[in-house]
Design a protein around this ligand. Sequence first.
Ligand SMILES: Cc1cc2nc3c(=O)[nH]c(=O)nc-3n(C[C@H](O)[C@H](O)[C@H](O)COP(=O)(O)OP(=O)(O)OC[C@H]3O[C@@H](n4cnc5c(N)ncnc54)[C@H](O)[C@@H]3O)c2cc1C
Length: 566
Amino acid sequence: MDKPVVFAVDDEPSVLAAVTRDLRRHYGSDYNIMRAASGADAIEALRELRLANQAVALLLVDQRMPEMTGVELLREALGIFPDAKRVLLTAYADTDAAIRAINEVRLDHYLMKPWHPPEELLYPVLDDLLDDWQANFQPAFEGVRVIGHKWSADGHRVRDFLARNLIPYRWLDIESDAEAVELRSLAGAAEEPLPVVILPDGTSLSRPTIAGLAERIGLHTRAVSETYDLIVVGTGPAGLASAVYGASEGLRTLLIEREAPGGQAGTSSSIENYLGFPVGLSGADLARRAVAQARRFGAEILTPMEAVRLESRDGYHVVTLSDGSTVASQALIVATGVSYRLLDVPGADRLAGSGLFYGAAITEALGVKDQDVFVVGGGNSAGQAALYLARYAKSVTMLVRGPALAETMSQYLIERINEIENLSVRTGVAVSELHGEQSLEEISIREADSGAVSRVPGRAVFVFIGAAPRTEWLSGTLQLDPQGYILAGPDLERDRSKRLNGWLAQREPFWLETNIPGVFAAGDVRRRSTKRIASAVGEGAMAVQFVHQHLRGPAAPQRPAQAAGT
Ligand SMILES: Cc1cc2nc3c(=O)[nH]c(=O)nc-3n(C[C@H](O)[C@H](O)[C@H](O)COP(=O)(O)OP(=O)(O)OC[C@H]3O[C@@H](n4cnc5c(N)ncnc54)[C@H](O)[C@@H]3O)c2cc1C
């Protein structure tokens, strides 16, 4: 954090220069000495300092100034930096005004001009006040601040993006936090739509797009080069593992990520079965470590950026990105995993982000403090989320379609769930409708056996009802199964004579290779993959070995005579 500020204000240039010089001499090493020649300039500077999250320790202000007196200035400053120490510089005739100001603007001291010698008349007073200020000073939060409505979809979108990209931020609820109202108006955004995002440099954005926000917070959204040895699409465990092995083995590697590094695993509150972490670790922690590792080996990561098209020509794979630019490589690994399946009931579209959340248990946990919340789904991801939310919410109810958790959830999670008092499980039920105009208010729940529907109050529903690949951008290029999973290696479909349509290489496809030589699939997006972090990491690492073999040229496995059509 920058040094706290000591701010001097006087309209007389010679006096202002003298007081600033004396302040710098004694306090310059520990404080940033700033000055202004009028009350209006001072107020503007103080507002900017506040928006930029700087601390102001002391205001030393002349009483007699045209347009705005010292006391008037301190009165305004009180609203901007209420904890700053306030000292008035007065002439003898101003004594009455100074005494009145003690109560009026909580004046800490008034000093008679001239203050020379400062060692006797100025520094002892200010030393004392600054010691007092330091003793009570709590450094301000230095990251991004987001001001918005608690249950707004736009607010959720921004918060989720920041959280998943591991950008520290502070959330200020406009309805319950006076500071939120004040900061919004200081930022000149009182009439602007929410959410308002205040960046660490004090500038602000009103209802930003994710791409606009990403650029302003310094995420890397443009590729440095046009061509790479290896492009990896998706930065879940599979993509990150590919990048770590690829980059560490000398391949110029580019990673492309639509949302945030970590993929599904990044949204997990506690991963307990990943080898080498006996007490578990959070998905965010795993993502942070893996990203650091990939970057250390020189991998480049573009985020948020979506791959929207793939073309292969002349041995190069050209990926079109959502901003219209293209990047090309000799080898490509598709590691795009799966995305949450959406709840298909009335009200779900309208309330997504305003009480209905997909994943996002970590982002929203603090927001559901003391609320009754619901988790829909009976798999491990639902179990992990329910356990995490139970630490914050008043109560958590799991709504499970099947007759028992044991059919879909690991035993260690079931045992944990049974131990938690404010966490209950309802089996044989499904959500049939969500109610509320601006935000979720009630939930209709249908009993599978009787068909009876009950309507219960609820502010938040977290949905974990499985996932599906989003590979529409690859259809027509790669072989996909009816659900959209990518076929690779032994799964590739061949014609009657075992010929692989369109296959151009003089060898058989490698195990993770798709129907285009040099394009591989790894992790959850691959048909018949094991939906586990360790398997995704393993496939990511293995795919890189095949990439090396592909780049080395025509090599084993050789195409069998009949498949080669000879
Ligand atoms: C809440 C939760 C908890 C879990 N807990 C565990 C656990 O404890 N143990 C365990 O073993 N497994 C767990 N899993 C499963 C595990 O997370 C997945 O098997 C694993 O993340 C799959 O990794 P992946 O790299 O194949 O894909 P993903 O993790 O799905 O990552 C794919 C990435 O690709 C990106 N992407 C998709 N399309 C594009 C595109 N067109 N352009 C750019 N980027 C794109 C996505 O945004 C995503 O970041 C959990 C899953 C969830 C949801």
